[in-house]
Structures are given as C-alpha cells and as structure tokens.
Design a protein around this ligand. Structure first.
Ligand SMILES: *Cc1c(COP(=O)(O)O)cnc(C)c1O
Length: 424
C-alpha cells in the first residue's frame, strides 16, 4: 500500500507521521533542544518553506515568524538577492578547502562595517567563533581564567556552559552533565551590571584573567538591554589589568545597524565574535580584532585553530549578499524598532487592562515576554500559534523583527496577542 493511503486509513496527517519519524530518529524529535517545544508542552514544528516574514508547516499553515532562526534571518526568508547569490555561487562548485574570492569579499564587507576588525577568521558557527576567540585570548595573554556573566550564552563549549542562559534555563538545567568540574575551573561567573563584583574578581584573580566575555546586548535570558556605562567600565578595567575584552556579538552583529554594538557605543573590544546574520542564514561564525592579537593565531602564531569548511563559498556568497542589502537599507533599521514598540506597547496595555502581570524586555528589533504567572506562557504561546503567529518557544529566548515584516504583519501579530491575552 502506498504511504499516503496508509496515512488516510489511519487518519494520520502528514505532520503527525513526520513527527513520528522525527521522534524515532532524533532525540526528542529535534537536532537542537529549544526546537523541541517540550517546556511548553508542545510538539516541534515541522517547517517546509519560508517566504518573507512567513514560514509554512507541512500542512500548509502559515505563521508570521518572530523566531527568524534566532535572529539570523534579518532580511526574512528566501530573500531574492540572497537566493540569487546562493544559486550563482553553487554553479561554480561548492567547496574546495582553499581560499576563494568570496571569503575575501565578505571579510572586506564586514571590515567596512566594523572598522576595528583588522584581521578576521571565519568558522562554521557562533560556538566555534567564541571557542577560537577565548583560546586566542588565553594564548595572547598567557593567562587561564575567563570571566563570563550569569545567564549569558556563548555557545555550547564545555567551559562556557555554566549558567548558560536560555536553552539551559528553559530546561531548568543549571549545568550540563558531561562537563567535568575541571573543565570550568577557569571560568568565573560575574553579575552583569555589578561593578563591585568585577572589582572583587580582579582583586582576587587579576593576574590570571585572560578575558571578560560579554553579550553587549543580552539575547539569551530574555532581552537584556545594554548598560553602556557598565560596558565602558568593563573596557576600562580589562585594560588596567592587561586582560582582553571580548564582545560576543553573534546575535547583535548587524542586528541594530550596518555594524556592531561595539561601534554603536564607541567601545572597542579586543576581540569580537560574529555569527547568525553574517551568513545570511547559512552556518557561519567569525572572530576578529587587531592585527597585534590576531597574528598569534596559526599559521603565523602558536594558537591553533582550523576547520575544513571555514569560508565555504556558498555561505560567503549568502553572507555577502545579505550584508550588501543591509548596507543599502541601513537607514531603515529604525522601522524595526518602531514595530517592536508597537507590538510590546499594545501587549503592555492589554495586560494592564485585564490585570495580568507581565515583564516585557526590548531593545531595538528584539523583544521578550515574561509573565509573572509561569503557567501563562505555554497557553499564550499556543493561542498565538493557532492564530498563525510564531514566537520563540521559551520566555528566555528573544523574538525578532525582520525587514520583510510589513505593517500588516505587525497588525496581525498585535491582534493575535490581544486575542490570546483575553483568552488567558
Ligand atoms: C547563538 C549564539 C551563539 C552560538 O552560535 P551557534 O551558531 O548556535 O553555535 C553564541 N553566542 C551568542 C550570543 C549567541 O546568541
């Protein structure tokens, strides 16, 4: 019997049979934990296509997408110029394990936007970017200790998973099993915004601290708006102690303008980590900084870092097309901020009206929603999904707006939110 006939006989939808297959082959049905939607009592979505601000599941139901691949799809889905770039690049073959013109072009485009990057290295994910930057910081300073902030996420490297933000927070895992204590002995956890705390840490460990790593705008414990004064203070104290300052801008790079938060605030970190947006939706990471530090990397220096697929020409082409587009429309970033304000203000209003306690966090084109009553979020989420609005499946994850979101999309999101709140 054909598969479709079997499915009809048992009244199985395409979605439910795919979910069954996903569950039998992937742990929790997924390849990355947040996608599982377990914490809100749901099954993973199976998405078959995306266009502009929307994605479609395998039953052809469409959703206005505020996940946007955790911020990566800032131009929306299937953007024409990115699609052309990918197609065109693929006609010349797709990987050589050698330098190609495309990676030089993307690197130069990034440098144009973030001028303090004198040298850059491409890798395949944000996690790898951070791992490379941290190893380089340790190699350059000859020191062991790394300071990270509670609840910030810097990828899944062993020594950075302590108090690791959204993914772990959602599953209520304080520390991943499988990471021996010895692996994070050199990691110091600090409280974001607390100067005294950092001063104490430096008094105790100053000579041993290789770097402070920070998300200049927090995107992994809900949205944590930046504290510019504090970031300046971090710049100052790291300099005083000959430690490096690493900005993890994997989410924030190119999210608020054609460039990095570092430039926005005029703070020059020693190293910057990039990812997500700069690959146009294909797997990428990068880290960069001044010549003086970067030249400690192999092949010039003794800090080893390598990868087979670094600088893949298709990824580079997608990244370059995305950044070129962002450079053209950089005057319009403000509209994304306005849309976030519209959505969050209307949510705030209705919550006050019906007496629901909610904490909304936002910064420019990112926002997160946390209800005072923990049981509310899963219900709220489901009601929104039924109405075709897709938010990040955890209160600890950020939501995003893309350049493909229209006024109508924002209206629809607002309407759906109003209805959902009234149904709570
Ligand atoms: C997503 C993210 C990472 C990890 O990037 P991957 O590509 O998922 O490995 C690192 N740091 C921050 C701030 C991130 O948001």
């Amino acid at each position: 019997m054909a598969e479709s006939t079997i499915n009809k006989l048992f009244k199985k939808t395409k979605e439910s049979s795919l979910l069954e297959r996903a569950n039998s082959i992937f742990v929790g049905g997924v390849n990355s934990p947040v996608r599982s939607m377990r914490s809100i009592g749901m099954k993973p979505l199976i998405i078959q296509k995306g266009k502009g601000s929307r994605v479609w599941n395998v039953e052809d139901k469409s959703y206005i997408d505020h996940v946007l691949s955790f911020g990566a799809m800032i131009l929306g889905h299937d953007h024409l110029s990115v699609e052309h770039a990918i197609k065109e690049a693929s006609e010349r073959g797709w990987h050589f394990g050698m330098t190609t013109p495309a990676e030089i072009e993307l690197a130069e485009t990034i440098k144009r936007a973030i001028p303090f990057i004198e040298k850059i290295r491409f890798v395949n994910s944000g996690t790898e970017a951070v791992m490379g930057a941290v190893r380089l910081a340790r190699g350059f300073t000859g020191r062991k200790k790394i300071v990270k902030f509670k609840h910030s996420y810097h990828g899944h490297a062993d020594y950075l998973l302590v108090e690791g933000g959204s993914g772990l927070a959602t599953l209520k895992i304080p520390l991943s099993k499988g990471v021996p204590e010895e692996f994070y002995e050199q990691t110091i956890i600090a409280e974001y915004g607390d100067q005294e705390n950092i001063e104490t840490i430096f008094k105790k460990n100053g000579e041993d601290i290789a770097a402070i790593i920070v998300e200049p705008v927090g995107g992994n414990y809900g949205v944590v708006p930046p504290n510019e004064k504090y970031l300046n203070y971090l710049r100052q104290i790291t300099k005083q102690n000959q430690s490096l300052l690493i900005f993890d801008e994997v989410i924030t790079g190119f999210r608020f303008g054609f460039g990095a938060v570092a430039d926005l605030f005029g703070i020059k970190p020693d190293l910057i980590c990039l990812g997500k947006i700069i690959g146009g939706g294909l797997p990428i990471g990068a880290f960069g900084g001044s010549d003086g530090i970067m030249q400690d990397l192999a092949p010039l220096g003794d800090v080893y870092q390598a990868s087979t697929f670094a600088g893949n020409p298709i990824v580079m082409a997608a990244g370059k097309a995305t950044l070129q587009e962002l450079e053209l429309i950089k005057g319009n970033y403000g509209s994304l901020t306005r849309y976030v304000h519209e959505i969050t203000e209307s949510l705030e209003e209705v919550c006050i009206e019906v007496g629901i306690g909610v904490n909304i966090s936002r910064y420019r084109s990112m926002f997160s929603i946390k209800f005072e009553d923990q049981d509310m979020f899963p219900k709220f989420y489901k009601y929104l999904l039924e109405q075709g609005v897709l938010l990040a499946p955890s209160e600890y994850e950020a939501n995003f707006i893309s350049f493909a979101h229209s006024k109508e999309d924002i209206e629809e999101t607002k309407e759906a939110i109003l209805k959902a709140i009234k149904m709570l």
